[in-house]
Design a protein. Sequence first.
Length: 281
Amino acid sequence: MPLSTQPPGSGEPYLLVASLDNARHLSSLLRAVHFQDHATCFASANGLRVTVEDAKCIQANAFIQAEIFQEFTVQEESVTFRINLSVLLDCLTIFGTGSLPGTSTALRMCYRGYGYPLMLFLEEGGVVTVCKINTQEPDELLDFDFCSTKVVNKIILQSEGLREAFAELDMTSEVLQITMSPDKPYFRLSTFGNAGSAHLDYPKDSDLMEAFHCNQTQTNRYKISLLKPSTKALALSCKVSIRTDAQGFLSLQYMIRNEDGQICFVEYYCCPDEDITEAEL
């Protein structure tokens, strides 16, 4: 395969080299976090993390583990750069998104380091296309610090349960209210739209509930405009982990299985709506 050879260069070593037999595995995950034009990429021995933020209120991370790549080499402890995500997605789908059955676009990504472009070598049906995408200085990103010791409540739900909820609830509401409790209603989603209030309850022994670990009753509201981008990941996922910390910060971690049965994760962090008052609860 043409992409198995080392790309031509000046002889200076690449800090990052990553190869995939099917570029669609990467592009589908990146589309799940594509709600802003720019993203920050982190490469380490564990794999690739692509982070997108908006207004310091919501952060999305797509994780592609090193094992998913056919080749993944990082020469430093970590390699970080900022990139135009829209351009990257355009390049990854340069041969089109609807490949013929049995065909796929092979990808080789190479990055020399600070100041250099990200180079993409894409091959399909014997045709090789080379793309160079300028990289930028990475932004400082929010650290939501969602370590397990700070998690107050956590449930794991089959994704179809949450997909049905988003289909049934009134999305004219400005906020989605989430209640998690060791007692009834256990897990409740509420909206307050033009048609009035709507509530959807999930018992802790529901068939859709895979795990239920709630230590205290929490009710928090989140702007639906911030949560809507996460529905792209929800549509691809088979399970979702929903966690909150003591301040009400929300983590939605989506487990996504690609065409080859490999598992990847997309995680959204969202801050609670500060306008809520005790009287409203």
